[in-house]
Write a protein that binds this ligand. Structure first.
Ligand SMILES: [Zn+2]
Length: 167
C-alpha cells in the first residue's frame, strides 16, 4: 500500500495538469477514493477532478491544433511569398510579410524573432541561383524587415490588449 501511495503521488501533478493518460487518471482517482492519507496530502476533491482534467485536456488539444495550423499557414505563406519574388506578385509581399510576422509573434512570442530570420534565410537562399549572392541580399533584408514590422505590430497589439484586460 505504501508503495502505491508513492506512485500515486508521483502521478498526481500530471493528472492535475491534464497531461496524464486516461489509465493514470483512473488509477489516481480510484486510489484517492480509498486512501485518506493521499487525499488529505493534496486536499483534492476526487469527485471534481475528472471533469477538470477533461476540460484542461480539451483546451490543450485545441491550442495544439491551432498552433499546428498556424505553423502550416506560416510555412505556406513564407514559401509562397518567397516564390513570387521574381514576379509582379512580389508586391503582395508588402502585406504578406507583415502578416507572417504577426502570425509568427502569435505562435512563438519570445522566440518569434526567429521568424524574420527564417524568412531572410529562405528568401536569400531562394534567390541565389537566379540573382547571385550580392544582389539577393537587399530583397531578403526587405522581407525580414517587413516580417519584423508585423511582429512588432503583433507585440504592440498584444501589449495593448493585455493592458485593456487588466483595467
Ligand atoms: Zn495513498
Amino acid at each position: 500500500m505504501k508503495e502505491k501511495c508513492e506512485i500515486i503521488r508521483d502521478l498526481l501533478p500530471l493528472v492535475q495538469d491534464g497531461v496524464a493518460s486516461e489509465a493514470s487518471c483512473r488509477l489516481v482517482r480510484e486510489h484517492l477514493e480509498t486512501c485518506e492519507e493521499c487525499r488529505s496530502a493534496y486536499s483534492l476533491d476526487p469527485v471534481k477532478m475528472p471533469d477538470e482534467t477533461l476540460d484542461r485536456r480539451l483546451i490543450a488539444s485545441v491550442r495544439k491544433a491551432f498552433f499546428l495550423m498556424g505553423i502550416v499557414l506560416l510555412l505556406i505563406g513564407a514559401l509562397v511569398g518567397v516564390a513570387v519574388t521574381d514576379s509582379m506578385n512580389v508586391f503582395y509581399n508588402f502585406i504578406l510579410m507583415p502578416g507572417l510576422g504577426m502570425l509568427g509573434y502569435w505562435l512563438f512570442r519570445g522566440k518569434s524573432l526567429l521568424v524574420p530570420l527564417g524568412i531572410f534565410l529562405l528568401a536569400y537562399l531562394f534567390q541565389i541561383p537566379g540573382t547571385g549572392f550580392a544582389d539577393s541580399f537587399p530583397m531578403a533584408v526587405l522581407y525580414a524587415l517587413l516580417c519584423g514590422l508585423g511582429l512588432g505590430i503583433g507585440f504592440l497589439l498584444d501589449y495593448a490588449f493585455a493592458r485593456e484586460g487588466k483595467k
